[in-house]
Design a protein around this ligand. Structure first.
Ligand SMILES: Cc1cc2nc3c(=O)[nH]c(=O)nc-3n(C[C@H](O)[C@H](O)[C@H](O)COP(=O)(O)OP(=O)(O)OC[C@H]3O[C@@H](n4cnc5c(N)ncnc54)[C@H](O)[C@@H]3O)c2cc1C
Length: 305
C-alpha cells in the first residue's frame, strides 16, 4: 500500500477511512479481499480532495454501493474504494420528482416515494442496492402481471456526477444513455440523481410493491449470500433456463454453487472464494455454449486485482 494513503489522506477529508478493509464485509456475496482504503466521504468536497490526492500519486479510485452486483477478487482492490452511504444519502421530494444522494438505498427511496404518493419506481422493489449502483447498472425487474416493467434509467431526469479529475457536472437526459443493465456513467462517480415520477395513490403503490416482493420471494434466492443474477438474459432467452437445461443446477466448485432455486444465481455456501465463483462462471459459459451456441454475458461486475 502507498504509505501516503495512511499518512496524508486522513488529514484531507472529514469522512471516515478504514485501511485494509475486507470487502467481503461490504458485498452481498460475502466475498472479496481487502481494499487499501475504504472511505465514507462526508460530501462532494471530500470526494474532490480524495481525487486530487489520488491523482497526484497515481492511486486508483473505485466506487462501490451496497456491493450487491459485484464479484470482488480474493486479492481485493488496490487504492481507494469510496462508499457514499454515509455522506451522500439525502432524499428530497420536489413536486413529482425525488432527488436523492446516490448512497441512499433504493428501498428507502421507494418507501419515501410511496409515502409522498409518487408512483413509477415500484419495479425497484426488492432490488437490494443503492441508487448509485442501480443507476450505474440500470437496474430493473422483468414484467410481472399488473406491474409495468421499468428499468431505473427510464425515470432518470438528471444526474450530478464527478469525473476522475474532480470536475462536478450535471447531465440531463440528452447526456445519458441506458441499455440493458448498463449506462454511460461507469467512468464517473455519480453523486445525485433526480427521478421523475407521477402522482399515484399510496395504497395502490404499496399493493404493487407487495405483489412484486412476494413474486421475488418465490423466485429469487434471498436467504443465502449471492450477487443476484450472474448473467444477462440473451435476446429471446432466459439465462436461468439455459443453465438449468444444460443440467448445471446445483453444480458446485468449492463453496460456490449454482442455486437449486434459480439457476442464474450462484450462491456462497459459506467460504466461497472469488476464484470458486469465476471457475463456476467459466464452466457454465462453456457448457451452455456447447449445448446451445449461445454466449452468456456476465451481468455482475468483476472488480479487483
Ligand atoms: C438477491 C438479489 C436480488 C437482485 N435483484 C435484482 C433485480 O431484480 N434487478 C436488478 O436489476 N438487479 C438485481 N440485483 C442486483 C443489484 O442489486 C442491482 O444491480 C443494484 O442496483 C446494485 O446496486 P449496488 O449499490 O449494490 O451496486 P454495487 O454492486 O455496489 O455496484 C454495481 C456497479 O455500480 C458501480 N457504482 C455503484 N455506486 C456508484 C456510484 N455512486 N457512482 C458510480 N458507480 C457506482 C460500481 O462500481 C459497480 O460497477 C439483485 C441482487 C441481489 C443480491
Amino acid at each position: 500500500m502507498n504509505k501516503k494513503l495512511t499518512k496524508e489522506l486522513p488529514n484531507l477529508i472529514r469522512g471516515e477511512i478504514k485501511f485494509n478493509e475486507f470487502l467481503s464485509k461490504h458485498t452481498s456475496f460475502r466475498i472479496g479481499g481487502p481494499a487499501d482504503a475504504w472511505i465514507y466521504p462526508k460530501d462532494i468536497s471530500d470526494i474532490k480532495n480524495i481525487l486530487t490526492f489520488c491523482n497526484s500519486y497515481n492511486i486508483p479510485v473505485t466506487t462501490i454501493g451496497r456491493g450487491t452486483n459485484v464479484l470482488i477478487s480474493d486479492k481485493g482492490i488496490r487504492g481507494v474504494v469510496l462508499n457514499l452511504e454515509q455522506g451522500l444519502c439525502e432524499i428530497r421530494v420536489k413536486a413529482d420528482s425525488v432527488i436523492c444522494g446516490t448512497g441512499a438505498l433504493l428501498s428507502r427511496v421507494l418507501k419515501q416515494a410511496a409515502k409522498e404518493e409518487l408512483t413509477g419506481l415500484e419495479s425497484a422493489a426488492g432490488i437490494p442496492g443503492t441508487v448509485g449502483g442501480a443507476v450505474c447498472m440500470n437496474a430493473g425487474t422483468k414484467e410481472i402481471r399488473n406491474i409495468e416493467y421499468v428499468s431505473i434509467g427510464n425515470l432518470v431526469e438528471s444526474v450530478k456526477v464527478i469525473d476522475m479529475n474532480g470536475n462536478v457536472s450535471e447531465l440531463g437526459k440528452e447526456g445519458l444513455c441506458f441499455g440493458y443493465r448498463k449506462s454511460n456513467l461507469s467512468e464517473y462517480i455519480i453523486v445525485e440523481v433526480e427521478l421523475k415520477l407521477k402522482r399515484g395513490k399510496e395504497k395502490e403503490i404499496n399493493d404493487r410493491i407487495s405483489r412484486l416482493l412476494e413474486h421475488k420471494k418465490s423466485t429469487q434466492v434471498l436467504d443465502i449470500p449471492s450477487a443476484g443474477c450472474i448473467f444477462k438474459n440473451p435476446d429471446g432467452h432466459f439465462a436461468g433456463r439455459l443453465i438449468d437445461d444444460a443440467g448445471l443446477k446445483g453444480l458446485v466448485i468449492g463453496d460456490a454453487q449454482v442455486s437449486m432455486k434459480h439457476a442464474n444465481f450462484i450462491v456462497n455456501n459459506g467460504n466461497a472464494s472469488a476464484q470458486d465463483v469465476l471457475e463456476l462462471i467459466r464452466k457454465i459459459k462453456k457448457q451452455v455454449f456447447e449445448k446451445t451456441d449461445i454466449k452468456l454475458e456476465e451481468e455482475i461486475k468483476i472488480i479487483g486485482v
